[in-house]
Design a protein around this ligand. Structure first.
Ligand code: KIV
Length: 268
C-alpha cells in the first residue's frame, strides 16, 4: 500500500528500504478519484496529455496553462498520492529565471509536490536553482520526448557506449543537483539497472526494465484505451476500449429499438 504521508524527500528512504514506487500518469479529477485508493505512490501529470487527450503528434505544443489546468483538476480529485507535474517545452529551457517563475507558478497554483523536467548535464544548474528555492524536481533521462526532433524518433537510448556513459554521468549529476528521483525512459535494462544501483535517489522506469526502483505507465495506455499505441514495453491491464465500444453498441441498439429509456429510467 502507498503511504499517505509520503513526501518527495522520503523517496530515497523508500529506495533504501527496497520498496518499489508505483507511478501512473493522470490528467483529470475523475481518474484521480479512482486512483486515490492507496495503490499508487505518485500521480504524474505528464505532458503526454498533449498526445493522449489532444491527439497531437508530440508533447512539444503543451502549454504551461494546459499543464496547470490538468494538474489542478488532478489535485482536486486525489489527496493521497504525491502529485508531480511536467514542465512543458520551453517553460524551463530558456533561462533559469523563467524556470523558477514557471515552476513556482505550477507549484503555487496546483499545490503539486514536485515538477518534472527533461535533460541531463545542461539542466543541472536549473535543477539546483529550483531545489534551492523550495521546488522539488524529478529528472527525466533516456528518451526525452521534448527532444524527439533532435533524437530523430521515439527510440531506445544508450545502446552505444558513449551515450550509455553520458546517461550514467547525467543521472549522478541530477542527483548531486538535488533531484528527488529520475525517470528513465526507453533505456536498455542492464544500463537502467546500473544507473539505479549507482544512485541514492530512485529511478522510475518506462521501457527500462525491472532493475529500476519504480515503474511508470501512461494510464490510458495500460488501461487499453489507446488502441493504436503498442510499444514492446507496454503491458495492458484492461481492455477499456472494448468495454467502451460494447457499451456504445448496446446503447445505440436500445435507443433504436425503443428499449431506452424504459419505466425504470423515466419520471412520472
Ligand atoms: O509525459 C509523460 O507522461 C511522461 C511519462 C511517460 C514518464 O513523461
Amino acid at each position: 500500500m502507498a503511504d499517505p504521508s509520503l513526501s518527495m524527500p522520503d523517496l530515497a528512504t523508500r529506495k533504501a528500504a527496497g520498496e518499489k514506487l508505483v507511478v501512473l500518469t493522470c490528467y483529470d479529477a475523475l481518474f484521480a478519484r479512482l486512483l486515490d485508493g492507496g495503490d499508487v505512490d505518485i500521480l504524474l501529470v505528464g505532458d503526454s496529455l498533449n498526445q493522449v487527450l489532444a491527439g497531437r503528434r508530440s508533447t512539444l505544443s503543451a502549454t504551461l496553462d494546459q499543464m496547470i489546468y490538468h494538474a489542478a483538476s488532478v489535485r482536486r480529485g486525489a489527496t493521497y498520492p504525491l502529485l508531480v507535474v511536467d514542465l512543458p517545452f520551453l517553460s524551463y529551457q530558456v533561462s533559469i529565471e523563467d524556470a523558477i517563475r514557471n515552476a513556482g507558478r505550477v507549484m503555487a497554483v496546483t499545490e503539486c509536490d514536485a515538477v518534472k523536467l527533461e535533460g541531463g548535464a545542461a539542466m543541472v544548474p536549473t535543477v539546483r536553482a529550483l531545489v534551492e528555492r523550495g521546488i522539488p524536481v524529478m529528472g527525466h533521462l533516456g528518451l526525452t520526448p521534448q527532444s524527439v526532433n533532435t533524437i530523430g524518433g521515439y527510440r531506445v537510448q544508450g545502446r552505444e557506449d558513449a551515450v550509455a556513459e553520458q546517461l550514467c554521468a547525467d543521472a549522478l549529476a541530477l542527483e548531486a543537483a538535488g533531484a528527488s528521483s529520475v525517470v528513465l525512459e526507453l533505456v536498455p535494462r542492464a544500463l537502467a539497472a546500473k544507473i539505479s544501483a549507482s544512485l541514492r535517489i530512485p529511478t522510475i522506469g518506462i521501457g527500462a526494465g525491472s532493475g529500476c526502483d519504480g515503474q511508470v505507465l501512461v494510464l490510458h495506455d495500460m488501461l487499453g484505451l489507446n488502441e493504436g499505441f503498442a510499444p514492446k514495453f507496454l503491458k495492458r491491464y484492461a481492455d477499456l476500449a472494448g468495454v467502451v465500444r460494447s457499451a456504445v453498441t448496446a446503447f445505440a441498439a436500445d435507443v433504436r429499438a425503443g428499449r431506452y429509456p424504459d419505466d425504470v429510467h423515466s419520471f412520472d
